[in-house]
Design a binder for this molecule. Structure first.
Ligand code: DOR
Ligand code: ZN
Length: 423
């Protein structure tokens, strides 16, 4: 028997305060709420549960950095109700067996819906297509395929992958990085890299692949999703592709919306990420592209790393940073309280791209009770030791951010209450 909750005085997407009755996994009509547990939500904003299209959970293989359970808990605390788990695990999620394992671990943890992403190529090696059909037909029902961490740089393989997934309306999520242009790269190629004497990762290495893949996707008539767009030029390429009718969607990370390559001057590897932090002009173009909808969604690229892989010299440190627990606060900081826009870019649109039909619904009578409650007035200081993630590599340590997740509900059951995970 599921519990009944009465969420009192909540503002749904910034509208006038109302009450929400949560019963049997859905938002019911208010009335007859006698045995309900009351949640005082005065001053809180309800959003549809956030959906992350790009999460690294590290299980199987690097459970010392993150597990499906610890990453799921970090996600719930960040207001998420679904995450798509990237395939660059060990072993790689390139078979039905591995994606089913991740999917099952997600169900056991029960904190968010974990939707596995399948690899495009065997072992992420970029040589042969993985068993895309078997992963699609598996219990995990994979619809997104990505070699993230690596680019599918072979144009013929990329074309084949697009053709293959078109049959079941799947999507290829590309990590756009022309590898010959980024050999040895340590950071964004520009004034700062020149000053520091570090090998640069030029913007064109991303833009060239997006342009090529948009042409391929248009030719095939299949869906392309572009991971972590980081440059102003990429926004222009996506604008052209969309105008030409290509079925392309794109994501931007919170860190690319906020931080720049100036951070590398500290040589603190917590700021090392792939694609790298870019310039202020890129940040401005990404913000504008997100507001306009050229960039469809915010995705975290939550990339936990163990201390020994991250707290070392810049050149040896792994790229990537945590993101699940801070994403909403960063987006709130960047966009301000534009609740409907935030709900679209962080829940509705990613749910649509991933085909997660139970997610992305504004809490209203009849909708699934899968939502999160935010306190927009709260400010909090990021403390890496307080993270639910197994790793500590947040670039926001010590920063004071706006907006706190107070509660998260997944199909009527709280995964977070009073800012704490329920399990
Ligand atoms: O910074 C990154 N980290 N970029 C990627 O593409 C992969 C990710 C990881 O797996 O750590
Ligand atoms: Zn990537």
């Amino acid at each position: 028997m599921s519990s009944t909750y009465l969420v009192k005085g909540v503002s749904v997407l910034g509208a006038e305060p109302t009450d929400l009755l949560i019963r049997d996994g859905i938002v019911a009509s208010v009335g007859g709420a006698r045995d309900a547990q009351v949640i005082d939500a005065a001053g809180l904003v309800a959003l549809p549960g956030l959906v992350d299209l790009h999460t690294h959970l590290r299980e199987p293989g690097r459970e010392d950095a993150e597990t499906v359970e610890t990453g799921s808990r970090a996600a719930a605390l960040g207001g998420y109700t679904a995450v798509c788990a990237m395939a660059n695990t060990s072993p790689v999620a390139d078979t039905a067996g591995v994606v089913e394992q991740v999917w099952r671990l997600g169900r056991e943890a029960g904190l968010v819906d974990v939707q596995p992403i399948g690899a495009v190529t065997v072992g992420l090696a970029g040589e042969r297509l993985a068993e895309l059909g078997a992963m699609a037909d598996s219990a995990a029902k994979v619809r997104i395929f990505s070699d993230d961490g690596h680019c599918v740089s072979d144009a013929r393989l990329m074309r084949r992958a697009l053709e293959y997934v078109k049959a079941f309306d799947g999507v290829i999520a590309q990590h756009a990085e022309e590898p010959r242009l980024t050999e040895g790269a340590q950071m964004h190629e520009g004034e700062v890299s020149a000053r520091l004497g570090l090998t640069g990762w030029p913007a064109v290495a991303e833009e060239a692949i997006i342009a090529r893949d948009a042409l391929l996707a248009g030719h095939v008539g299949a869906r392309l999703h572009v991971c972590h767009v980081s440059t102003a030029g990429s926004v222009d390429v996506i604008r052209q592709a969309k105008a030409a009718g290509v079925r392309v969607t794109a994501e931007v990370t919170p860190h690319h919306l906020l931080l720049t390559d100036e951070r590398a001057t500290s040589y603190d590897p917590v700021f090392k990420v792939n694609p790298p932090l870019r310039t202020q002009a890129d940040v401005a173009a990404l913000r504008a592209g997100l507001a306009e909808g050229l960039i469809d969604i915010v995705a975290t690229d939550h990339a936990p790393h163990a201390v020994e892989d991250k707290e070392c010299e810049w050149a040896y440190a792994r790229p990537g940073m945590l993101g699940l627990e801070t994403a909403l606060s960063i987006v709130l900081d960047v966009l301000g309280p534009q609740w409907d826009l935030i709900a679209d870019r962080m829940s509705r649109a990613p749910a649509r791209i991933a085909g997660l039909s139970e997610h992305g619904h504004t809490p209203a009578p009849g909708a699934p009770a899968t939502f999160t409650l935010v306190d927009p007035a709260a400010r909090w200081e990021v403390d890496p030791t307080g993270s639910a993630s197994r790793s500590r590599n947040t670039p926001y340590a010590g920063m004071t951010l706006p907006g706190r997740i107070v509660a998260t509900f997944l199909r009527g059951e709280p995964t977070v209450l009073d800012g704490k995970a329920t399990k």
